[in-house]
Design a protein around this ligand. Structure first.
Ligand code: UTP
Length: 287
């Protein structure tokens, strides 16, 4: 079955970015000129996703506005003879942008479960917008969909990190490897230092079978007192095929200030209009 639906959990509080995120959703913070959630939606569109499901919460209404039609803006731009390219990708097909509420931020697993009725009985993708993944030839989700067409089942994006960083992430217990595919034998959320079964972390892209929703429904809070998606995914291992897909590209952890600053600098340096000037300026600044 093709992957038609993607869930974007955007209900988190974004406390690491306070005060910026007091009134502005973290997912709308821009990298150069596009909000994080726009990169996520563009990645989904490239992978053939038709229905975008945003799990929102209080203070996240601006995300809905972002993907709405801005009549005044479009008219003014048109009257001034300006191209509408700047708004590209923000006008989603009517009815194909769906917003559901997570009333309390009880964790990623709980946020995904909030989309259960819209997902129904079909496999679906999940994209965490604060993980900015720039694919080398094609986007991360498109890379995963290509593998899904071969092996089906459940897929997680996999990325190597230094061993000392493993306590911050969901980590794969790997089995046999075949090209970009690694069999997943187990998953651990935020293992204690020195106990991780590998250095393959999960950078926030998933293709899952709908059975995960039933597991999330009954789930207690796990690491950090939150309902962890990793714990429910782990229960599917052995029952359904489960693989990691090694991502070919760059990752920016835009949930952290360092990763966010790095993303802005790296992408601005590559920008056709300002990249050369910025690189020259940075060189002079750093001596
Ligand atoms: P994070 O844990 O990185 O986001 O969740 P956060 O909780 O907003 O960030 P900090 O730690 O307070 O700064 C990853 C993604 O999952 C969503 C977030 O919005 C983010 O896109 N999320 C997280 C939810 O939708 N609901 C939750 O309960 C938790």
């Amino acid at each position: 079955m093709t992957i038609r639906k993607a869930v974007f959990p955007v209900a988190g509080l974004g406390t690491r970015f306070l005060p910026a995120t007091k009134a502005v959703p973290k997912e709308l913070l821009p990298v150069v000129d596009r909000p994080l959630v726009q990169y996520a939606v563009d990645e989904a569109l490239e992978a053939g996703i038709e229905t975008m499901i945003f799990v929102t919460g209080r203070n996240k209404g601006a995300i809905e506005d972002h993907f709405d039609v801005a009549y005044e803006l479009e008219r003014i731009q048109a009257d001034r003879g300006k191209p509408l390219d700047a708004l590209k990708g923000t006008r989603l097909t009517p009815g194909n942008a769906i917003f559901v509420r997570q009333q309390e931020p009880r964790g990623l697993g709980h946020a995904v479960w909030c989309a259960r009725d819209i997902i129904g009985d079909e496999p679906f993708a999940i994209i965490l917008p604060d993980e900015l993944l720039i694919g080398r030839e094609k986007g991360c989700l498109a890379q995963m969909v290509a593998q899904y067409e071969k092996v089906g089942g459940n897929l997680v994006c996999a990325l190597e990190v230094p061993m000392e960083e493993t306590p911050s992430y969901g980590i794969i217990d790997p089995g046999a490897r075949d090209g970009v595919l690694t069999e997943v034998k187990g998953l651990v959320e935020k293992p204690k230092l020195g106990t991780a079964p590998s250095n393959l972390m999960l950078p926030g892209r998933y293709i899952l079978q709908p059975e995960v929703m039933g597991l999330l429904a009954t789930q207690e809070a796990g690491a950090g007192g939150e309902v962890q998606l990793t714990d429910s995914m782990a229960k599917l291992i052995g029952k359904q095929p489960f693989h990691g897909v090694t991502f070919d590209g760059e990752r920016f952890d835009c949930g952290s200030k360092l990763g966010f600053a790095q993303a802005n600098f790296a992408l601005a340096c590559r920008d056709a209009a300002m990249g050369a000037e910025l690189r020259g300026w940075a060189k002079a600044l750093l001596g």
